[in-house]
Design a protein around this ligand. Structure first.
Ligand code: PGA
Length: 253
């Protein structure tokens, strides 16, 4: 059975004290509620809080992810954080190709592909984000846009490498807007992604890959989204900043 994954992307939020309280809140919730053993919870705080979060994670039941990684291996790249550094801190996952990185920092599929390679070389699992912007959906181009993103950022990988990857479908018009994709809209794209994977790597590999939905996912809509056959969890922004909402989403399978 495919793993269910619920990943919290804190983005550029929280002071150190707030981050500490949020992780403690998550731990308290986890002590009170039983997550399904097939569900992996991933917390992705800003870089400066990774160590604090991994310290907590060590005696709890969640994995830790970074929100970005350098495309370069090491050296004179001021302000960047490498996959090697994340590996040395025992970070498990890393988000790549988030639409905010694509829109504000010029991250192309080619850059995403390089970052995926760096992460895999250092034993981290990339959470690769794809998704169309509003104008592309309005023009009926969502399937084609997502196909190009998946092919160009991932199809250079071997089947073995591909099995380490998590994909997140995040329609850009649904991120932080309160406008969630309907379960039908999301399922259509998730099934499309899985069929692309099946075409390239075979059905057995495609069936092993977790595909998450992201974009205004919250406790009130998680259940109907997660009930869709090809939706294996969520990448959660705003709602991951409240421990009880985040855990409520993780309990929505
Ligand atoms: P949101 O963000 O849940 O706040 O819409 C999701 C994301 O950007 O990963």
């Amino acid at each position: 059975m495919r793993k269910h994954i619920v990943a919290g992307n804190w983005k550029m939020n929280c002071t150190f004290t707030e981050a500490d309280e949020l992780v403690e809140g998550i731990m308290e919730q986890l002590e009170q509620k039983d997550l399904d053993s097939n569900t992996i919870l991933v917390v992705c705080p800003p870089y400066p809080y990774l160590e604090m979060t991994t310290d907590y994670a060590n005696d709890s039941y969640f994995a830790v992810g970074a929100q970005n990684v350098a495309a370069e291996e090491r050296g004179a790249f001021t302000g960047e954080v490498s996959a090697e550094m994340l590996e040395s801190m025992e970070i498990d996952y890393c988000i790549v190709g988030h639409s905010e990185r694509r829109a504000y920092y010029g991250e192309t599929d080619r850059v995403v592909a390089t970052k995926v390679d760096r992460l895999l070389a250092h034993g981290l699992k990339p959470i690769v984000c794809v998704g169309e912007v509003l104008e592309e959906r309005e023009a009926g181009r969502q399937l084609e846009v997502v196909k190009t993103q998946v092919e160009q950022s991932l199809f250079h990988l071997s089947a073995e490498q591909m099995q380490e990857v998590v994909i997140a479908y995040e329609p850009v018009w649904a991120i932080g807007t309160g406008k969630t994709a309907t379960p039908e809209q999301a399922q259509e794209i998730h099934a499309h992604i899985r069929s692309l994977l099946a075409g390239k790597y075979g059905q057995a590999v495609a069936d092993e890959i977790s595909i998450l939905y992201g974009g205004s996912c919250k406790p009130s809509n998680a259940k109907e989204l997660f009930a869709c056959p090809d939706i294996d969890g969520g990448l959660i922004g705003g709602a991951s900043l409240k421990a009880d909402d985040f855990i409520a989403i993780a309990l929505s399978f």
